[in-house]
Design a protein. Structure first.
Length: 81
């Protein structure tokens, strides 16, 4: 990934214990708070973008009438009739 110019973001943590835990984790990993917050933010954004894309895809399939049959659902869930 190419390096880009950092953008400053101010952040106020709600819980001082979380900040203390973050700093402890940083010390154990030999990483600073900024590094860990960047990792967390990138993971958060990636996860939620993936989740929203999956939901939108599912809604598009429903709109197109592409639904699983009850038999297929039962089979996937291991249900026997």
């Amino acid at each position: 990934m190419a390096k880009s110019t950092p953008v400053a973001v101010n952040f106020k943590a709600k819980n001082p214990e979380t900040v203390a835990a973050l700093d402890k984790l940083g010390a154990m990993l030999d990483r600073d708070r900024s590094y860990l917050l960047n990792e967390a933010l990138e993971n958060y954004v990636e996860l939620h973008q993936w989740q929203i894309a999956r939901i939108q895809n599912g809604l598009e399939q429903v709109a197109q009438g592409k639904l699983a049959s009850q038999t297929k659902i039962d089979k996937l869930l291991g249900r026997k009739k």
